[in-house]
Design a protein around this ligand. Structure first.
Ligand code: OGA
Ligand code: NI
Length: 295
């Protein structure tokens, strides 16, 4: 089975409720920018290891080239290399990462970051209206939001069943856009207990609901577990762009959704505490962090 929701900006509420995932076409992000970024990321991962390590993770930080969610020398690591960086707000960018990128990569990251921020705000506004939330209750949270990107490289593995590219998880952000960088399939979404393949569509974004949106919508738009599997002969590359709330605020189910008959399903939390909690997880284990907010 494959997900083939081809959704335009005006027609996706069904996908949000039922799947938490949808393919977004006609999104307005210029195709030449997307193609340029794909080429740049491909070149980045082809650099010699010493070059990539110049952008390595510093102790205690997750930004940079390396692995995420590493907590012990003994754990089984995901079968992937990645580069994670915060792109917005600009004052949270690490001086040894984006500013030190080759200029062509840096320019494309900056242009893509701006385009995806615009797209995310547009989509959040449409979602707010569909959910009958006052748009400003969502917009103020994300306007100065935290945007980050994760470039993933999943090498082929001769025994693909023995490893996992990216462990099952739901995203801790508000809204995620995944761009498939080549045509190797690997993303799977959990639907009613079964893993369903997502087939890459060129120049579409795979958009998905994150935990924060599940909370804001008081559970109407669920964040869905997904994972990355690896291929035995072909490498896979993907790029995920995350939008989280501004670190200077707090959030909970949108006040305009609540009434005496519709109580909140989650408690409110400061965004910074939330982000710290979400990143301090011992491992990527399904939807564990959001469950701590459930009432
Ligand atoms: C992620 C993610 C999926 C992929 O980075 O959170 O789910 O296809 N990536 O690489
Ligand atoms: Ni994810």
């Amino acid at each position: 089975m494959e997900i083939l929701w081809k959704v335009s900006l005006t027609n996706y509420t069904f996908a949000c409720k039922e799947w938490g995932f949808f393919q977004l076409i006609n999104h307005g992000v210029c195709n030449s920018l997307i193609e340029e970024f794909k080429k740049e990321i491909d070149e980045f991962f082809k650099l010699p290891l010493e070059e990539k390590q110049k952008f390595g993770q510093l102790k205690g930080d997750i930004q940079g080239y390396g692995q995420m969610f590493v907590v012990s020398d003994e754990q089984k690591l995901d079968w992937a290399d990645m580069l994670y960086l915060i792109t917005l707000p600009e004052n949270l960018r690490k001086p040894h990462i984006l500013p030190k990128f080759p200029p062509s990569l840096r320019n494309v990251v900056e242009a893509y970051s701006a385009e995806l921020k615009k797209l995310a705000m547009k989509l959040l506004n449409i979602m707010a209206r569909a959910l009958e939330i006052k748009p400003e209750e969502i917009e103020t949270l994300f306007e100065e939001g935290l945007q980050s990107m994760r470039m993933n490289y999943y090498p082929p593995c001769p025994q693909p069943d023995q490893v996992i590219g990216l462990s099952s998880h739901s995203d801790g952000d508000g809204l995620t856009f995944i761009l498939e960088l080549n045509d190797t399939q690997g993303l799977q979404v959990r639907k009613d207990g079964t893993w369903v393949n997502v087939k890459p569509l060129p120049s579409a974004f795979v958009a998905n609901i994150g935990d924060v949106m599940e909370v804001l919508s008081n559970g109407t738009y669920p964040s869905i577990e997904h994972r990355g599997v690896v291929n035995s002969v072909k490498a896979r590359m993907s790029l995920a762009t995350f939008l989280s709330p501004s670190i200077h605020g707090e959030f909970g189910p949108a006040p305009s959704l609540l009434s005496s008959g519709t109580p909140p399903k989650f408690r409110r939390i400061g965004s910074l505490d939330y982000l710290k909690g979400a990143f301090a997880q011992k491992e990527l284990a399904g939807k564990s962090f959001i469950n701590t907010l459930r009432i």
